[in-house]
Design a protein around this ligand. Sequence first.
Ligand code: DLL
Length: 433
Amino acid sequence: MIYDEEFETLPREALEAIQLRRLQHVVEKVYATVPFYKKAFDEKGLKPDDIRSLEDLQKLPFTMKQDLRDNYPFAMFATPMENVVRIHVSSGTTGKPTVVGYTRRDIDTWSELMARTLAAAGTHKGDIVHNAYGYGLFTGGLGFHYGAERLGASVIPVSDGNTKRQVLLMKDFGPTVLACTPSYALHLGEVAGDEGVDFKSLKFKVGVFGAEPWSENMRGEIENQLGLDAVDIYGLSEIIGPGVAVECVEAKQGLHIFEDHFIPEIIDPETGEVLQYGEPGELVFTTLTKEAFPLIRYRTRDLSVLYREPCKCGRTLVRMGRITGRSDDMLIIRGVNVFPSQIESVLMARKDVAPYYLLIIERKEHMDTLGVDVEVNEEVFSDAVKDLQHMGREIEKDIKDMLGVSCKVRLVEPKTIQRSEGKAKRVIDNRKL
Ligand code: DLL
């Protein structure tokens, strides 16, 4: 179903006219209200009225995640705090996390976009949405929640965790739409099996899965095991949260980007050069309608491709391909965004370990596990197994506290982690998606 017939099926010319008007407005707004943008535009000798066509977007500077950290917490906001009704924080960042804000109208826009998203994925008024995305600072839970309500579906705000209870609720309440990460969907299926519940006999017809990378193979596996249509949804806190792009259940071929709110570009991550439709590269977004936290040419670091061919669902919006990787080293472990440097900073804050470590990520029974091998210092290395156990648990707790992700620390003898002659290889990702 198309939730917003008018805006999701606009002829290209009409859409571009709207985009240009909105772009000019947002550029003026950030220039006037966000010192970071005033400075960045001035450095390029640009004034807001230099933006006369959509092509002029390319003249504007990029915004990087580091810029958001430098302006922590609220200096990127384009409106006084009294107009900000909601704050979210991008998961798993230590030190200075990425803070995003919403005005009342932003929440309204987000709800509309999530209603569109759920509708595209095959949700209707009257459906029951089992929402197992985490509620809290993460945008997943509340984003789906508001969208499902806007659409007129019933939402079960179950959040993540307590999987056995989730299975019980699924059995008793008969939800028809499953919202969670793709890895958690498989885990739910498995736990249901252990509890003697045949997942396929439940009432689910679709699942809206995202927030982490997955693959066509994994889609096949989920659809087979859970007996539902598995649809890919993409978004990131900085741009709005979930609700940036979604596949339609009719085609399941690429994610429609809500271009009346976000302009996508694909760039070469090395040179920053804008690439053509069909060429793979890094996704960049400019927000057109956000009030509290507008972003100009934000570099997502997510690798994808854009294509313009019409879709059989009738939407005229550009599609992006499945995310194929990142142009930085960010990992997503059980839905939590983790940079190896964050774990490194936890380790290096200690005097008893050496600066050699290895992160090993596996997927066991559809759940990610993070192993951290770290070398103990020569001085403290002792055979006292008890001390080492204690030290290991301490590090596990520090990492959990800082990053919100559990791990298993293995302390290894000095000089046992392989030394590198060039770039150190610190991550072994054995997950097969
Ligand atoms: O993950 C928002 C979201 C919630 C999307 C629920 C979908 C469903 P962040 O925590 O800021 O926001 O993480 C954003 O997650 O830059 C991608 O690297 C990754 N990501 C999100 N969706 C997908 C997807 C939410 N469908 C980061 N495929 C992004 C692959 C995804 N990666």
